[in-house]
Structure formats: C-alpha cells, structure tokens
Design a binder for this molecule. Structure first.
Ligand code: PBG
Length: 325
C-alpha cells in the first residue's frame, strides 16, 4: 500500500494546501520580549554581542514597550541593571530600585502589556552570583529570603507576574506564600524550573554585567546532561505553586521541553536565550543564514517541541512578520 499510491508530496504541492495541513502555528500571543533597563536618561546602549538589543533608560524603555505593544506582543520581561551593586544585591529589593521605578513608569502608560520581572540576585550583586555568598558557597535559604523581598517589591511596584530565575531550592513556595500574605494571591509565578548551567548565557552576562567574579553557576543550575532531574525540578515547582514552568535555554533543550509538556498539564515557557539570539544575528550578518527565515524556523521549532510561550529577543521582529496571523 506504499508508494506510488501514497505520495506524501500531494499535501505539499501548493501554498494553500500547506497552510491547510500545517500542524504548528506560531503567533504573536506566544511571545515574551526581554528588556534591559538601566539608570540615566536617553540611554540606548547596544550590547556588542547582541546586535539590536540595548540597555535602555526608563524613557527609552517606555518607547520600546510602546513599539512592542504596537507590534502585537503581549508581554515583556524586565531585567534590571542597577547603578550600584553590593554583596547582597540590595538594589534589587529597594522601592527605588531600577526595575521598581521602571514598573511604576510603565504602569502610568496603561499599555496592553503584561509586565513580568526576572527575580534573581545576579544582576544586583557585586560578585555576580545568584545568591548570598559565604566563602565559595552560594547560600540557599538566606538567598530565598532576599528573593522573596525582591519579588514582593516588584509586585508592589506594578509587576503583573514574577519569574524567579535563581534556581535556589524552595524559592517558588516562599515567593507564593509571601505574595499571598501581602494580598497578591492573584499574581502568577512563572518559574525558571529547569534552568541549565549553559554556555548560551554569555551575551546576557555582558548585558547585565553579571558574569560571576569567581566560580560558576553549576552548584544551582542544572547539568546539561540531565533530563529526569528536569522533570523533578518542574514537579517541585508545580507543587510549590508555580503557574507557568520554564525550560531554559530552548534550542539545545527541545527534548526537555517536549518531556515537560507531555508529563505535566501546565503552560510551558521556553527561553530562547541570548546566545541563541547572537548565533542567528551574527551568522546572518556574515551572510551565512537568511535572518527572518531562520528566526521563524527556530521559534516554530520551540513551539512544536511543546512550548506555549517563548521568551525571545526576536519577539518584536517576529511579531512584525507574523502580523495578525
Ligand atoms: C539570571 C538570568 C540569566 C538569564 C536570565 N536570567 C543569566 C544567568 O543565569 O547567568 C539569561 C538569559 C539569556 O541568556 O538570554 N538572572
């Protein structure tokens, strides 16, 4: 009953029939746009390893957010770049912190955008680690207390959702409890549940100035070789109250996205990280790849793997190409 009666090419023979049988539809609703906010006025400082991505002062951030909303993207995630960093990352949980100020300003604009914040210490600590450090140890429970303060202060300043990215144990539950106690029981938590110790974060660390001064992140981020452990991480975060679970990075971890989606009936997010963005941009600049085509192919593959949401520096560019589709 095989060839020639069955010809797979029949359903590929015209654009219309290909549209009719397409299995995966990437839309603007799937995309979350990461933005870096810094102090100052009129600052648009391009990150050298991420062409097209800038550190933005609040006035410029507002402009970018407006363009993002106009392109039909529904959500942004903010990363703070404070003027001052210290050992405990205290600028991360102060009411006048950079993210808190940005949130208050964005809120006054009433944009049709979900405002998400990344919750971690590494952007705010002088040593670039995701937690409090004693000797060469990253302390867990002491760090969780600071993450909780940061998360609550983001929500007080106007965050619609918080996204803890630190990979300390127990932080999702602690943040959930604190939000509930402060009257924010309707604010969701998107946890970076399966976050790997990846080489693909290089450009981000340039952007945030968060390269660890010593050591690395392998004592809290996951070993790239593991997938069953990812399922345990996700299960724990769900138990602790996560509303959306994330796999990060995306491209080298498509199998992890698939396993998580199949095992848990939960919205799954995937982070198409800075190094993945840089690969596309730099290869296209070198003339090796067609930019738009590869960008959409990658995002579609992440969706096909099982992601409901994709955090990507390509969000606005992709949304413009996708239009109202
Ligand atoms: C940590 C954080 C990182 C990223 C998002 N949140 C960096 C890290 O873990 O070192 C990386 C995102 C990217 O590479 O685009 N707060």
């Amino acid at each position: 009953m095989g060839y020639p009666r069955i010809r797979m090419r029949r359903l590929r023979s015209s654009p219309i029939i290909r549209d009719l049988v397409r299995e995966t539809h990437l839309t603007r609703d799937d995309l979350i746009y990461p933005l870096f906010v810094c102090e100052g006025r009129n600052v648009r400082q391009e990150i050298s390893t991420m062409p097209g991505v800038c550190r933005l002062s609040i006035d410029q951030l507002v402009r970018e957010a407006e363009e993002c909303a106009a392109a039909g993207v529904k959500a942004i995630i903010l990363f703070g770049i404070p003027a001052e960093k210290d050992e405990s990352g205290s600028s991360g949980f102060r009411g006048d912190g950079i993210v808190q100020k940005a949130l208050r300003e964005l809120k006054t604009r009433g944009l049709p955008l979900m405002l998400i914040t990344d919750v971690c210490l590494c952007e705010y600590t002088s040593h670039g680690h995701c937690g409090l450090v004693r000797g060469h140890q990253i302390l867990n429970d002491e760090t969780v207390e600071l993450l909780v303060r940061q998360a609550v202060s983001h929500v007080q300043a106007g965050a619609d959702m918080v996204a803890p990215s630190d990979m300390m144990d127990g932080r999702v539950g602690a943040i959930r409890t604190a939000l509930d106690k402060n009257g924010y029981e309707n604010t969701p938590v998107m946890s970076y549940a399966a976050k790997y110790a990846s080489g693909f974060y290089g450009p981000f660390r340039e952007a945030a100035g968060s390269t660890p001064a010593f050591g690395d992140r392998r004592s809290h981020q996951m070993d790239p070789a593991n997938v069953e452990e990812a399922l345990r991480e996700v299960a724990l975060d769900i138990e602790e109250g996560a509303d959306i679970v994330m796999v990060k990075p995306a491209l080298a971890y498509l199998d992890v996205i698939r396993r998580v989606k199949e095992k848990f009936q939960m919205p799954v997010a995937a982070y198409n990280v800075s190094g993945e963005y840089a690969m596309v941009e730099l290869a296209a600049k070198a003339g090796a790849l067609e930019h738009d085509r590869v960008m959409l192919e990658i995002l579609t593959s992440i969706k096909r793997a099982g992601a409901d949401l994709i955090l990507t520096y390509h969000a606005v560019a992709a949304a413009r190409l996708l239009g109202g589709r």
